[in-house]
Write a protein that binds this ligand. Structure first.
Ligand code: FAD
Length: 387
């Protein structure tokens, strides 16, 4: 596997073990079935408990049965999962960084004890409801609201593009609390079997097909007041979760690009035209050289991001730069890999076109490329070009 500047030499034994476990799982159990799931637009749900058994949900958190691995170990895990498919990495990202993390960081002791152990094993599935039909890049304009009524909150509104909502047991729903001064955004744990909750599936996707996406409809949904996450108020809540997930994406995208590179390298050395392997043509070598260089520089950024996160020095702007760069890199390079495979490259027998289509979603979700550009623009100039 491509590691051109020998970054793996610095991994400790735990990090190697996580990487190897995830790599073996993806090679043996996921890659053989992903093409079919992609065509059918399904996720292999039978693997959800297996991912838990292997410790793939929030392994960088500590306590509640979670192993508290290093941020590099977590990043390597995301890289290996996304080498399988962005949908597989999304499953682990949403469960770990977008559902378990807010409960861990902002939940009450009761919420942590109730949810974290069973989410860590994959027994319970969660989803993260922030985006709304009319509010994507600007979630602070959300219209979903909660009203306090005695010992309960009543929720109304709708969320869309929610990964795993149709199969989730519980949703972290971000809503404005209309009973509090200045209607702050708060996080609410909403069990999906409550009256008034609907979770319709979105079927028309041409990207991230091996991942389940849906809506969350909330019509006078009553939840106990204890279901509110007590530890955070305002947009800091959802945004801090997104920082965790985007960190995983910055790593994960490198995995998708690496899988495209390895597929193209192998194909180029096997495929013969004009009396020999196409890898002997300078045009093909230039493509591999460029791909390897782009992947290596993205790997370096991902490793550095982990170091900063371990030291508590990683800022959301660092994450914006890494997500923006690494996903764009993977999106561009997947297309070159697809091209190198000729006609075979457009089939589900090979991964590059699947990765290429997936990366359109990854480029758009968790802050679009444009929005991360504006975040960096603001950080670099001190002038905000958006609210
Ligand atoms: P819009 O915000 O309408 O943007 C449209 C275009 O306008 C984009 O190109 C954007 O970059 C550009 N634009 C917007 N504002 C500006 C500006 N100020 N300056 C310049 N350009 C701008 N959300 C969740 O809450 N939970 C999930 O689990 C989840 N999973 C997803 C899974 C999939 C498959 C997809 C596709 C999306 C998912 N999302 C999820 C939603 C995702 O985060 C949003 O799609 C994303 O934030 C963009 O919002 P939007 O689609 O409404 O696009």
């Amino acid at each position: 596997m491509l590691d051109y500047v020998g970054l793996e030499a610095d991994l400790d034994s735990e990090e190697r073990m996580v990487r190897d476990t995830a790599r073996e799982f993806v090679e043996k159990e996921f890659k053989p079935i992903v093409g079919e799931h992609y065509i059918d637009g399904t996720f292999p749900t039978e693997l959800i408990p297996k991912l838990g058994e292997l410790g793939f949900y929030a392994p960088n958190l500590d306590g509640y049965g979670l192993p508290g691995l290093s941020e590099t170990a977590y990043g390597l895990l995301m890289q290996e999962l996304e080498a399988g498919d962005s949908g597989l990495r999304s499953m682990a990202s949403v469960q770990g960084a977008l559902v378990m993390y807010p409960i861990y960081a902002y939940g009450s002791d009761e919420q942590k004890e109730q949810w974290l152990p069973e989410m860590g094993t994959g027994e319970t599935i969660g989803c993260f409801g922030l985006t709304e039909p009319e509010h994507g890049s600007n979630p602070s304009a959300m219209e979903t609201y909660a009203t306090k009524a005695g010992n309960e909150y009543v929720l109304n509104g709708s969320k869309t593009w929610i990964t795993n909502s149709p199969i989730a047991d519980v949703a972290v729903v971000w809503a404005r609390d209309r009973s509090a001064e200045n209607t702050p955004v708060r996080g609410f744990l909403v069990e999906t079997d409550r009256d008034g909750v609907s979770t319709n599936k979105i079927d028309e996707k041409l990207s991230l097909r091996a991942s389940i996406t849906g809506e969350i409809g909330l019509q006078n949904v009553h939840i106990p007041k204890e279901n509110m996450l007590p530890g955070v108020s305002g947009m800091k809540g959802p945004l801090s979760c997104l920082t965790q997930a985007r960190f995983g994406i910055a790593w994960g995208a490198v995995g998708a690009a690496r899988d495209c590179f390895e597929t193209a390298r192998e194909y180029a050395t096997d495929r013969e035209q004009f009396g020999g392997p196409i890898a002997r043509f300078q045009l093909q070598q230039e493509k591999l050289a460029e791909m390897a260089t782009q992947i290596t520089t993205a790997q370096l950024l991902a490793y550095r991001l982990s170091e900063l996160k371990e030291r508590g020095e990683m800022t959301p702007q660092h994450v914006s730069m890494a997500k923006r760069n690494n996903v764009r890199m993977a999106r561009d390079q997947s297309r070159i890999a697809r091209e190198m495979l000729g006609g075979n490259g457009i089939t589900a027998d090979y991964s590059p076109m699947r990765h290429m289509a997936n990366l359109e979603t990854v480029y758009t979700y968790e802050g679009t490329h444009d929005i991360h550009t504006l975040v960096l623009g603001q950080d670099l100039t001190g002038i905000a070009a958006f609210e």
